[in-house]
Design a protein around this ligand. Sequence first.
Ligand SMILES: Nc1ncnc2c1ncn2[C@@H]1O[C@H](COP(=O)(O)OP(=O)(O)OP(=O)(O)O)[C@@H](O)[C@H]1O
Ligand SMILES: [Mg+2]
Length: 334
Amino acid sequence: MAQSILDAELGDLEGIGPATEKKLRDAGVESVLDLAVALPEELVEVIGGSKENASALIFTAHRMLKESGLLDKDFIPAIEAYQRRQTMLRCTTGSQNLDDLLKGGIESQAITEVWGDYGTGKSQLCHTVCVTAQMPSAKRGFAGSVVYIDSEGTFRPERVYQIAQARGLDPEEVLKRVIVCKVYNSPHLELVIRNLGKYIEKFDAKLVVVDSIISLHRAEFLGRGTLAERQQRLNRLVHRLLRIAEIYNVAILVTNQVQAQPDAFIGDPTKPAGGHILAHACTYRIYLRKAGQQRLAIMVDSPYHPYSQTNFAITEGGIDDPEIKRNGPVDSVK
Ligand SMILES: Nc1ncnc2c1ncn2[C@@H]1O[C@H](COP(=O)(O)OP(=O)(O)OP(=O)(O)O)[C@@H](O)[C@H]1O
Ligand SMILES: [Mg+2]
């Protein structure tokens, strides 16, 4: 990452005087990167003034990032976009089958969402990538550490230990590079995500796991009257995550719960929770399903992967390939 941009003071930015700089710092916005991932409404709360003014400050921060090559410029030939995507990092999920579904693994600069019923392997995948993300790129890892945000209280360091051991890595070294944050309520989750950039830099993280993204908001905002606010806050949360993924070149893996769809007469009567807010913000959406003893993964939504299906296994070493591998169009794999 270009050092100059990280060293740049907020006060160097056009439109930020000493008083504004102090207000921003007091609110935890300490760098150009922090400003770039801020949202106009929040800035208004911190520094006062109009939303337009706040948007202009964020725009200036974006311009600096674009000039230093951390963000794409507004108009670029597609060949440049293509070349930039070639530098994007990919990390193995532990299963070749699942990697093939993702055309090589979990991508940086994107949010990958896995959703499915209880026990389908969402948290197992999260635990497995805590290990694989630390492997060198020659072994299809990110060679970086992991920030793990646990909103369901289901993170188990001993499971990471077991997976690392089964994969021939030093379990204690692996555990040192998984930074866990247990969150207790939705404002806490929002605060942690607001400060995520700082943790990514501090721990040199290449992967952020959020298990799960919606459970707290879902539990706290009950009833129709609160739905609009819940969706608005989730919207901010996931858009901030997406910006963080792009600016810091990290992969973001989030899990999501299912929502019953009692009016569905054909097909699977479940859908991911969170409605269209999550659907639009997540780059890739993978549906996990149990089929007898085995697990199926379906690529439900992606800008460039086909709608396809594969199978995987959960083993002592975490997510792995099943004995008999099956790939193909959806419903051809049973
Ligand atoms: N050490 C292990 N070896 C093999 N399989 C395991 C092991 N640990 C857990 N599992 C399998 O993983 C399943 C649990 O998966 P996981 O915890 O990922 O579910 P989930 O999709 O996160 O569900 P929830 O929605 O309840 O959080 C168990 O049913 C078990 O079959
Ligand atoms: Mg789970």
